[in-house]
Each structure stands twice: as C-alpha cells, then as structure tokens.
Ligand binder design. Structure first.
Ligand SMILES: Cc1cc2nc3c(=O)[nH]c(=O)nc-3n(C[C@H](O)[C@H](O)[C@H](O)COP(=O)(O)OP(=O)(O)OC[C@H]3O[C@@H](n4cnc5c(N)ncnc54)[C@H](O)[C@@H]3O)c2cc1C
Ligand SMILES: NC(=O)c1ccc[n+]([C@@H]2O[C@H](COP(=O)([O-])OP(=O)(O)OC[C@H]3O[C@@H](n4cnc5c(N)ncnc54)[C@H](OP(=O)(O)O)[C@@H]3O)[C@@H](O)[C@H]2O)c1
Length: 258
C-alpha cells in the first residue's frame, strides 16, 4: 500500500534502531526534503495495520538542520505502537505525517535570561532537539536540563549531553548548561533523588542549578508524564510563576508527553 501523492503522510525508511534497555529505544528514519519542524515539536509516526493505520505522536530528537529524523521511545507493556517498535528494524517502512506540530517552543518567550527545562522519561526528547539549536545557547545566559527517571539505567543521554561541550555550534557557550539527572527510585547515580515538584518546592533544584529562580529572569519548559506536568505547574504557580500565553506573557510553557 504505497502513499498516494495527495496523502497527508510520506513513507519513510527506518535507518537504524538502538535498544538501550528492554524498554528504551532510539531510532532514526529518512527525512523528506520537504519535512519542516521547529525544535520542540513532535511528529506523528505510523504503520499500516490491517486495512488501516496506527498513529502516535513522537517528539523529534534531531536538530532542525539534521538530514535524518531521530526519535526516542519508551516501550509500554501491551502498548500497540510499542509492540510495533519492539520488532522494528533497519529497512522497515514507517509512515510520517507531513505536518509537525507543538507549541513547546523556547522562542515563544520574548524575554528571560535563564531557561529551565524540566522533564520525565521520554519528555527529554524535545529538549535534546532544542539544545542542538545554536540560537538557544546565544539567547539565554543559563540553561538547565533536569531529567527525572525512576532508575539509573534510564539515564541514557548523559553521554550525549556531555558531548554538547564539543558541538561546533555550541562552542564557547558550553558552560551555560547545567544538567541535573534525577532518580526517584534509587539513591545513587544522579544529582537529586526526589520528584521534580518537591525539588522545586524545597529549593534543591535551584541550588543544583546554581542560581535563584525569579519571575524576572527565569523561564520554565515542562514535558513528560502528565501528572508530573500538572504537579510541577502547581508547584511553580505556588512560587509565583504563571503560564505563558502569547497575549499574556508568563514564565511557564508545558506539554504533556503522553
Ligand atoms: C505530544 C506527544 C508527544 C509524545 N512524544 C513521545 C516521545 O517522544 N517518545 C515516546 O516514547 N512517547 C511519546 N509520546 C507517547 C506516544 O505517542 C505513545 O503514546 C507511546 O509510544 C505508547 O504508545 P502505545 O501504542 O504503545 O501505547 P498507548 O496505548 O498509546 O499508551 C498506553 C499508556 O502508556 C502510558 N504511556 C504512553 N506513552 C508513554 C511514555 N512516553 N512514557 C511513559 N508512559 C507512557 C500512558 O499511561 C498510556 O495511557 C508522545 C505523546 C504525545 C501526546
Ligand atoms: N517507573 C517504573 O518503575 C514503572 C514501573 C511499572 C510500570 N511502569 C510503566 O512503564 C511505563 C513507562 O514508565 P516510565 O518510568 O518511563 O515513565 P513514568 O512512569 O512517567 O516515570 C518517569 C519519571 O516521572 C516521575 N513521575 C511520575 N509521576 C510524577 C509526578 N506526578 N510528579 C513528578 N514526577 C513524576 C517518575 O517518578 P516515580 O519513579 O516516583 O514514579 C519517574 O521519575 C509507564 O506506562 C509506567 O506506568 C513504570
């Protein structure tokens, strides 16, 4: 079943699949020349299934300027798409909706000097893409990425984040980034050991970031488990921060990661 030219999707090729743990994979697919996205947005990926299709949303991990499209997926027990991903291999066909979407875009903040990115699980994906964009390193004085997972083997991007220091587009700005790995069900192998809302409320996140969070200078982006997004948003509201809307500027942008 090939895609017709007027179809809303293109048929792409899976280029590689890497299994990091039994439930965490990264993979890349071919990128049509016409495919455009902004760092922070997500694609809709699909497969033919019987007479129809299966579609799900996945944040793009790659930079806007990359030749291929990379993704990070958490495989869910008994999840229909996860079952497809578990057996996916290089050379397979995958469907890519022609339109990327999403509003988790740092350029929506007109001001602010520090960008604090808070995520759980696969919610790190949009921030990996954002950190590959040179503008973000020039635009902000400080960048903080806090990634919360339950167990240490889920912190699979530590090496990639450390390698940003050598990234040709980051260069002299590399020291602006503070990466804060967070574990919630183990007590060694990370920087902090409680859930993100609690770490905000008890001040240890700001302490690990190395500066106080202020309405004037600090901007927050949240992505991941919807309960985390909700609880973290509440914690930030309690600290005097507000949702950012295009007509009513605030300090918080957020997206549910599933
Ligand atoms: C805007 C958006 C962006 C997304 N980006 C990603 C991404 O980059 N990587 C990714 O792995 N998933 C992402 N997802 C989730 C993804 O679309 C699928 O839901 C997920 O891969 C599971 O699909 P499934 O068919 O196997 O199970 P589903 O039937 O879709 O989900 C079953 C249950 O699994 C849980 N769940 C779903 N996704 C996750 C997850 N990522 N982490 C933990 N629990 C989850 C939820 O409780 C859900 O009800 C995103 C979802 C949205 C809405
Ligand atoms: N994480 C596990 O060990 C585990 C176990 C059984 C099944 N599962 C299932 O496996 C799938 C993937 O799990 P996942 O671990 O990748 O994703 P996840 O359940 O979203 O957990 C990722 C991170 O988010 C944290 N978190 C969850 N709810 C939060 C909240 N309200 N506020 C702040 N932080 C919160 C978790 O802390 P906590 O560790 O404190 O939850 C963890 O650090 C899901 O379907 C999940 O239900 C997970």
């Amino acid at each position: 079943m090939a895609a017709s030219p007027e179809a809303k999707f293109t048929e792409e090729t899976v280029l590689w699949v890497k299994h990091h743990t039994p439930k965490l994979i990264t993979f890349a697919i071919s990128r049509p020349e016409s495919y455009r996205f902004a760092a922070g947005q997500f694609s809709r990926l699909g497969f033919h299934e019987g007479e129809g299709y299966i579609w799900r949303a996945y944040s793009v991990v790659s930079a806007e300027y990359a030749d291929t499209l990379e993704y990070f997926a958490v495989l869910i027990q008994d999840g229909p798409m996860s079952a497809r991903f578990a057996r996916m291999k290089a050379g397979d066909t995958i469907l890519l909706d022609k339109a990327a979407t999403g509003f988790l875009l740092p350029e929506r903040f007109a001001d602010g000097r520090e960008l604090v990115m808070l995520c759980t699980g696969s919610g790190i994906a949009p921030f990996l893409s954002i950190l590959e964009q040179p503008e973000i390193w020039q635009r902000f004085d400080r960048l903080v990425l806090a990634h919360s997972v339950s167990h240490s083997d889920e912190l699979i991007f530590n090496g990639r984040i450390a390698a940003l220091r050598e990234h040709p587009l980051v260069g002299e700005h590399a020291a602006k980034l503070t990466f804060i790995p967070v574990l919630t069900r183990e007590t060694s192998g990370a920087r902090l050991y409680k859930r993100l809302p609690e770490l905000l409320k008890n001040g240890s996140l700001a302490e690990a970031a190395g500066f106080p969070f202020t309405q004037e200078n600090t901007r927050f982006m949240l992505c991941g488990n919807p309960e985390m997004v909700k609880d973290t948003f509440q914690a930030l509201l309690g600290m005097g921060f507000a949702m950012h809307r295009n007509r009513i500027p605030g300090q918080i942008l957020m997206e549910n990661g599933f």
